[in-house]
Design a protein around this ligand. Structure first.
Ligand code: V47
Length: 378
């Protein structure tokens, strides 16, 4: 067990020194007061991002829920012949883009199932038709798991696949599919899909090509504090090497309608502690996101004092969490998001996907232009 004390960790944080695996595990102990962990995380949060809290105007697109994999934490997936299964048509997809643009969205977040029958070109062309029809929308599309599936479908190297997607209009990649990297857990919750080495290879290659990506961690199921801190350290090491991660998003497990529905949802204390430990361990990540859809609005708002500097966005058409029992609304308005941030004593700033300021026309808020890059000091 750790030889450091909380006072040692405080000193490290104040000096800007890197925390160890043992430090992270100590911060996760029930005996370590949450309030103090939050206070330390807030030092780092304010050092990197000042008093600002970011949000964006975005929408989700899940073009299919049919998936060859059977991750036991997932309530969204459907079997090929299931009545719940769907595949959106090109017309429906382009129509979603039109709706997003009319609502002033700057980003479309695109992830889905790995359909048994859809070919590689369906996934690439979907990006292309959206970008051609709606060039102002930033397409944050396909996780490392999907890219690995495309490798399987095409036998092409990762770099060529990412090049095809970039040529089609891909802007960046979301952070999903990370789950828990440690094989003791990964082998039990999603044994067949992209393994940890693959996930990192894909994100590292994306970074080399200038494609920014995010990273996530699914917590609150069968993992323990060691697995969580190990996950964060693996991400920190990759960021040292390739540098292209923008935001880390801890994802609280929602058990409803999953094979793990005997488990309890993580508590708000666990959510806030995980947010704070993430901010403290990931000293080379510019942003930590409190994804309000899965945390609930109250906890997400509170998380702005526990290391988080971003709330994600307005989020329309979210399915992955709502299928798993999330009771949050399906969308927040910009005014609601800004008020949540102001009420927490922070200054709301609208960002685009790659953290440039977004400037809206006050007469017609659906019209916007990109302002300055939002700088962070790392
Ligand atoms: O990888 C699936 C998680 C992820 C459940 O990059 C579940 O900005 C909890 O990655 N309970 C996909 N979690 C979502 C994702 C994401 C979300 C928001 C923003 C960004 C970003 C990325 O959702 C999956 C998995 O870890 N997930 N089922 C569930 N029942």
């Amino acid at each position: 067990m750790s030889t450091s004390t909380l006072a040692d960790i405080r000193k490290k944080v104040e000096n800007g020194d890197r925390l160890s695996l043992d430090d992270g595990i100590l911060l996760y102990q029930d005996e370590t007061p949450l309030q103090e962990v939050g206070e330390l995380a807030n030092i780092v949060r304010e050092r990197i991002n000042g008093n600002v809290a970011y949000y964006n105007i975005n929408t989700h697109l899940n073009p299919t829920n049919v998936c060859v994999y059977r991750c036991n934490f997932c309530a969204f997936r459907a079997d090929l012949r299931s009545e719940r299964g769907y595949v959106m048509s090109d017309e429906q997809i382009v129509q979603r883009g039109a709706e997003a643009v009319a609502n002033g969205c700057t980003e479309m977040h695109i992830v889905g199932g790995l359909h048994h029958k859809m070919k590689y070109h369906w996934y690439v062309d979907l990006v292309r038709i959206l970008k051609e029809a709606h060039p102002t929308l930033h397409l944050k599309a396909w996780t490392g798991v999907e890219i690995n599936w495309f490798e399987h479908l095409t036998k092409k190297p990762v770099r060529e696949i990412l090049q095809d997607l970039q040529d089609a209009g891909l802007g960046s990649m979301p952070g999903g599919g990370a789950e828990i990297f440690h094989p003791e857990v990964r082998d039990q919750i999603c044994e067949h899909k992209a393994d940890t080495g693959k996930w990192f290879e894909i994100h590292g290659t994306a970074h080399e090509m200038g494609i920014k990506t995010n990273a996530t961690m699914l917590y609150g199921h069968i993992e323990n504090a060691f697995h969580r801190v190990d996950h964060l350290i693996r991400l920190r090491e990759q960021q040292d090497k390739s540098g292209g991660f923008q935001t880390f998003i801890p994802l609280a497990f929602h058990p409803e309608n999953t094979e793990l529905d005997h488990l309890k949802k993580p508590s708000a204390v666990m959510d806030l502690r995980t947010m704070a430990v993430s901010r403290l361990m990931l000293d080379n990540f510019p942003h930590i996101k409190a994804y309000w859809i899965m945390l609930g609005i109250g906890t997400a708002q509170t998380a702005l004092d526990y290391g988080a500097d971003d709330l994600d966005g307005t989020v329309r058409h979210e399915l992955i969490y709502h299928d798993a029992g999330a009771t949050t609304p399906e969308e927040l308005t910009v005014e609601q998001l800004k008020n949540l941030i102001r009420e927490a004593g922070r200054e709301p700033v609208e960002r685009d996907t790659v953290y440039n300021e977004v400037i809206r026309d006050p007469e017609n808020p659906a019209q916007w232009r990109i302002g300055d890059a939002l700088t962070v000091s790392l």
